[in-house]
Write a protein that binds this ligand. Structure first.
Ligand code: APR
Length: 258
C-alpha cells in the first residue's frame, strides 16, 4: 500500500481542536506502535491475518497454556526489543505542554511510559509482568522469560506452583481501569485517537463517550476505522508523521520557538 501523505489542512484542524479544548485525552491502539516494529492485529500485516484471535482468549490459555506461552514468547521478542517512536514522544510532549491530560491505551507494550507519558491507563493490561492465576503473585516478565527459556513451559509460580499468565487482558476477561477511563472520557471535550481500528469493546466506547458529551473526536489512522462516522477530523496517514506535524502546529499556536 503506497504511503499516503498527511493532509496538512486536517492536521491544522486537529491542532485547533486540541488548542481550544479544556480537557483533551489521547486514546491509542496497536497502530501507534507498528513504527516501533510491533505488528498490529487487523492492519495489512496484522497478527490476526496470520493467527486466529482464539489464541488470545482466556479459554485457550486455560486449556492450552503451553501453546499459548509459545505464541507469547515469540511476541515477547519483538515487544522487548521495541523502542518508542516519534508518535509516542509527541503524545508525551503534548501531555508535558498540558494539551492532553492522559493517555488511555489498548496497548500492552509500555511504550507510552517509556516515551515519558505520565498519566497512562492500560485498559488491556501490560506485557511487562505475569501473574500467578492461583495465588496472585506477580513476576517481572524478564524472570518469566528465563523460566520459559530454561524449559519451564508453561512457567510456574515459585510460591505455589500455579500457572503464570501475562498480566494482559485476554478476550473473555474484564478490561482494567475501565471505570477510571470512562470517567476521564466523560469529562473530556476532545479525544485524539491514534492507531486503532476501533473494533474492540468496551475500549472503543472511549471516543464514543467523548462524542456523546459533545466533545470533538480526532482520528489518526492509516485505514478507515469503525468509528469514522463520529469523527470531527480524520487524518489518514502514518502516526509518526501525523503526530510530528500535529505537535509542530500545536507548538506554533502556543508561540513556542521550534
Ligand atoms: N500509522 C497509522 N495507523 C496505523 C499504523 C501507522 N503506522 N500502523 C497500523 N495502523 C492502523 C491499522 O490500519 C489499523 O486500522 O492501526 C489500526 C490498528 O488496529 P488493530 O490492529 O485492530 O489494533 P487495535 O485497534 O489496537 O486492537 C484493539 O484488539 O486484539 C485486540 O487486545 C488487542 O488491544 C488490541 C485490541
Amino acid at each position: 500500500m503506497s504511503e499516503k501523505q498527511c493532509n496538512i489542512e486536517d492536521i491544522k484542524k486537529a491542532a485547533d481542536v486540541l488548542i481550544n479544548a479544556k480537557h483533551a485525552i489521547a486514546f491509542t491502539g496497536a497502530g501507534i506502535s507498528t513504527e516501533s516494529g510491533i505488528p498490529d492485529f487487523r492492519g495489512p500485516q496484522g497478527l490476526w491475518k496470520q493467527y486466529s484471535p482464539e489464541i488470545a482468549t482466556i479459554d485457550y490459555f486455560l486449556n492450552h497454556p503451553k501453546d499459548f506461552w509459545l505464541f507469547y514468547r515469540m511476541r515477547m521478542s519483538t515487544l522487548f526489543a521495541a523502542k518508542p517512536n516519534r508518535a509516542h514522544y509527541a503524545v508525551a510532549e503534548l501531555e508535558r505542554l498540558g494539551i492532553i491530560k492522559a493517555v488511555i491505551t489498548q496497548n500492552v507494550d509500555g511504550l507510552h511510559q517509556a516515551a515519558g507519558s505520565k498519566n497512562v491507563i492500560e485498559l488491556h493490561g501490560t506485557m511487562k509482568r505475569a501473574v500467578c492465576i492461583a495465588c496472585g503473585r506477580t513476576y517481572p516478565m524478564e524472570v518469566v522469560i528465563k523460566k520459559i527459556d530454561s524449559g519451564q513451559i508453561p512457567p510456574l509460580c515459585d510460591e505455589c506452583g500455579g500457572i503464570l499468565k501475562p498480566d494482559t487482558v485476554l478476550f473473555g476477561e474484564p478490561v482494567k481501569d475501565f471505570e477510571r477511563a470512562r470517567e476521564l472520557a466523560l469529562m473530556s471535550d476532545a479525544v485524539l485517537v491514534i492507531g486503532s481500528s476501533l473494533s474492540v469493546y468496551p475500549a472503543a466506547y472511549i471516543p464514543i463517550f467523548v462524542k456523546e458529551m459533545g466533545g470533538k473526536v480526532i482520528i489518526i489512522n492509516m485505514e478507515p476505522t469503525e468509528l469514522d462516522y463520529i469523527a470531527d477530523v480524520i487524518i489518514q496517514c502514518k502516526a509518526g508523521e501525523a503526530m510530528t506535524l500535529l505537535l509542530r502546529e500545536v507548538k506554533e499556536r502556543l508561540g513556542i520557538q521550534q
